[in-house]
Design a protein around this ligand. Structure first.
Ligand code: ATP
Ligand code: MG
Ligand code: MG
Length: 556
C-alpha cells in the first residue's frame, strides 16, 4: 500500500510513543451509531482509525455507539459491518457494543453518586432547560443539586426499576452551572427511555448519554487515542472529567487498561451532496432515492453499487488528509480516485447506448467473423476478447451525421470511418421511416483494412459498435449529481428543494458485446468512448443492467 502522509494525529502518536506513554501501545476505535448506513465521511474516520492501527502495529476496535435505542436497529448494525469488511478493514477481536457495558456504566454512575458528584434531578425537562442559562448568562443550580447521597442512590435505583416515566427524572453530573462551557453545566448522564433496545431488549429503561458512555467505553477497551470530529472539541472537558472522576473506581474493577485521550479532526464535507444521516434517511424514507444503497447516495453501499472500489475510497481518504480545519472537498476528487483505479484495472468492452443500425451490403448474410480485441490497450497481460462482426451492426446515433465538417471524427454520409478493432466502412445511403426518422444506414466495407490503413485515403476516425445479431440487450443507468447546488445544506428552501430532477437517466435497449452476457453484479468495465460502468444487482439472465460509475474525463 502507498505511504500514508503524516498528519497531526500521527505526530501526536509518534510523540507519545517516543515518551513511552501507554506502554508503547496504540489502540483506536471506530464508533458508529447504528442509526443509518455508513457514508464517505465515515470512510475518512475509518481509514484514519484503522490506518493508524495498521501502521503502528496496534489495534482498532469496532464499537457500536448504541445509546439511542429509538433510532437504532440491527439492519444498520449489519450494514455497517458489511461495509467495513468490504472496505477491507478487520476490527480487533469481537464486534463491541457500548450496550455490552451498560451494567458497568451503571456502576460508574453509582460510584459518581457515592462520590457526591452526581445527583438525580426530578424537575421537569422544561425547568432543567430554563436553568441552563446561555452563553452570556450563567445557569442556575437545580434545587435538587444538594440531595443527600443516600437519597440519590435510592432515586437512581428507582429510575432503573422503572418507577418513573420518561422525563420525570434524570441523573446529572454535579460540575459547574456557571461554566463558560455549556457541556459542563451539570450535564445529564442518564435519562429514562421506555423502549426496547436492539441488543439489550427490555433489560434497561435508563440509558446513559453519549458523553458519559464514550469515555468509559474507551477506557474499558484500552483505547489510547480516541479520535473524533471537531464538533466534540467542547465535549472534551466532560470526557476528561468523567475519566478523572472514575479513575479510582475503574482501576478497582480492573477496567482501566488505558487512560484514553480524545483528539479532534475536521469532518469530511463533499460538495453537491449531503452527509448527515438524518438527511440521508429522509431521502430514503421519502422515496427521493431508491434506498440507502442507491448509486446516487454518498453511502459506502451506494458508492459500491455505483462501481467504486475499496481501493479508490481508501486512496481518496488518504488524499483528503487529516486536518483541524473544516473544508469542503470537491466531488471531482472522489471521481478522480475511481477513474484512476478503473483506468488501470477495468477491462474494456463496447456498448452502444442509443443504437442505430448499419447494413454492410457487401458482407454476406449469415457470415460471422470473430475479430480479436485487447481487454486493455496498455496491459497485454489482461488478454484478449473476441468481437463478432456480422452483416448488420449497431453504432451510437450520436456517431452519425448526414453532413459534417472534418472535425466530426465519426461516420458521415458518403465518407468512411473505422469500426474499432474491425474494418473501414463507408456510409452510402440513409433509410427513413414514414415519420422521416432514420432507421438504418446502408454501408459497404473495405475487406483490405483489417489492422491496416486503406491505400491513399485518410479515415475520419474510429467508432465503437456491436453486432446487431450477436450483441446482448441491456439497460444502462446514467447518473448525475443528486443536487444542483454545491452546498445543498445552505439552500434557502431546504436541501430537498435543490434535488437534481435529472440525477438518473435510464436508457433501455442498449446493446453490449456478447462476451459480457454472464457478467456478475459489481463487475466493472470501461465501455470504450463512453465511460466506466459496472453490472448492477438488478441484472438477470438476458436482462443485464449497468450503472455509470464515472465518465472518461472530468466533465464539470
Ligand atoms: P451524522 O452526522 O452523519 O449522523 P455522526 O457523527 O453522528 O454522523 P456516527 O455514527 O456517530 O455519525 O459516526 C461514527 C464516527 O464517524 C464518529 O467518530 C464520527 O466523528 C465519524 N464521522 C461521521 N461523519 C464524518 C465525516 N463527515 N467526516 C469524518 N468523520 C466522520
Ligand atoms: Mg455520533
Ligand atoms: Mg448522528
Amino acid at each position: 500500500r502507498a505511504e500514508i502522509p503524516t498528519n497531526f494525529i500521527r505526530q501526536i502518536i509518534d510523540r507519545d510513543l517516543a515518551e513511552g506513554k501507554n506502554g508503547g501501545k496504540v489502540v483506536t476505535r471506530f464508533p458508529p451509531e447504528p442509526n443509518g448506513y455508513l457514508h464517505i465521511g465515515h470512510a475518512k474516520s475509518i481509514c484514519l482509525n484503522f490506518g493508524i492501527a495498521e501502521s503502528y502495529g496496534g489495534a482498532c476496535n469496532l464499537r457500536f455507539d448504541d445509546t439511542n435505542p429509538e433510532k437504532e436497529s440491527d439492519e444498520y448494525v449489519e450494514s455497517i459491518k458489511r461495509d467495513l469488511e468490504w472496505l477491507g478493514w478487520a476490527w480487533d477481536g469481537e464486534v463491541r457494543f457500548a450496550s455490552d457495558y451498560f451494567e458497568l456504566i451503571h456502576d460508574c454512575a453509582v460510584a459518581l453518586i457515592k462520590a457526591g458528584v452526581a445527583y438525580v434531578d426530578t424537575q421537569s425537562p422544561e425547568d432543567i432547560a430554563r436553568q441552563r442559562g446561555d452563553f452570556t448568562h450563567p445557569g442556575q443550580n437545580s434545587p435538587h443539586r444538594d440531595r443527600a447521597v443516600d437519597e440519590n442512590l435510592a432515586l437512581f435505583a428507582r429510575m432503573r426499576a422503572g418507577d418513573f416515566n420518561e422525563g420525570e427524572a434524570v441523573l446529572r453530573a454535579r460540575i459547574d452551572m456557571a461554566s463558560p462551557n455549556m457541556n459542563l453545566r451539570d450535564p445529564v448522564l442518564y435519562r429514562i427511555r421506555k423502549v426496547s433496545h436492539h441488543q439489550t431488549g427490555d433489560t434497561w429503561c435508563i440509558y446513559p448519554m453519549y458523553d458519559f458512555t464514550h469515555p468509559i467505553s474507551d477506557a474499558i477497551e484500552g483505547v489510547t487515542h480516541s479520535l473524533c470530529t471537531l464538533e466534540f472539541e467542547a465535549h472534551r472537558p466532560l470526557y476528561d472529567w468523567t475519566l478523572d472522576n472514575l479513575e479510582g473506581f475503574l482501576a478497582s474493577r480492573d477496567s482501566l487498561p488505558a487512560r484514553p485521550r480524545q483528539y479532534e479532526f475536521a469532518r469530511l464535507n463533499l460538495n453537491y451532496t449531503v452527509m448527515s444521516k438524518r438527511k440521508l434517511k429522509q431521502l430514503v424514507d421519502e422515496g427521493h432515492v431508491n434506498g440507502w444503497h442507491d448509486p446516487r447516495m454518498p453511502t459506502l453501499s451506494g458508492l459500491r453499487r455505483r462501481g467504486y472500489t475499496p481501493a479508490a475510497i481508501r486512496r481518496f481518504s488518504d488524499m483528503v488528509g487529516v486536518a483541524r480545519a473544516d473544508s469542503t472537498v470537491d466531488t471531482g476528487m472522489l471521481e478522480a480516485a475511481i477513474r484512476d483505479d478503473l483506468n488501470v484495472n477495468a477491462p474494456r468492452a463496447m456498448c452502444v447506448l442509443r443504437p442505430l443500425k448499419l447494413v454492410i451490403e457487401n458482407w454476406p448474410a449469415g457470415q460471422v467473423e470473430q475479430l480479436t480485441a485487447p481487454l486493455h490497450p496498455q496491459d497485454e497481460g489482461m488478454g484478449t476478447r473476441e468481437v463478432p462482426m456480422t452483416r448488420e451492426v449497431l453504432i451510437d446515433r450520436e456517431d452519425f451525421l448526414e453532413e459534417a465538417n472534418k472535425k466530426f471524427k465519426r461516420l458521415v454520409l458518403g465518407d468512411e470511418v473505422r469500426l474499432r478493432y474491425g474494418y473501414v466502412i463507408r456510409a452510402n445511403e440513409v433509410i427513413r421511416d414514414a415519420a422521416g426518422d432514420i432507421t438504418e444506414i446502408r454501408c459497404t466495407y473495405d475487406p483490405d483494412t483489417l489492422g491496416k490503413n486503406p491505400e491513399g485515403r485518410k479515415v475520419r476516425g474510429v467508432i465503437h459498435w456491436v453486432s446487431a445479431e450477436q450483441s446482448v440487450p441491456c439497460q444502462v443507468r446514467l447518473y448525475d449529481r443528486l443536487f444542483t447546488e454545491a452546498n445543498p445544506d445552505r439552500a434557502e428552501q431546504g436541501f430537498l428543494s435543490v434535488l437534481n430532477p435529472a440525477s438518473l437517466t435510464v436508457l433501455e435497449g442498449c446493446r453490449v458485446e456478447p462476451a459480457l452476457a454472464g457478467a456478475a453484479p459489481e463487475t466493472r468495465f470501461q465501455f470504450e468512448r463512453e465511460g466506466y460502468f459496472c453490472v448492477d444487482e438488478d441484472s438477470r439472465a438476458g436482462e443485464l443492467v449497468f450503472n455509470l460509475t464515472v465518465g472518461l474525463r472530468e466533465s464539470f
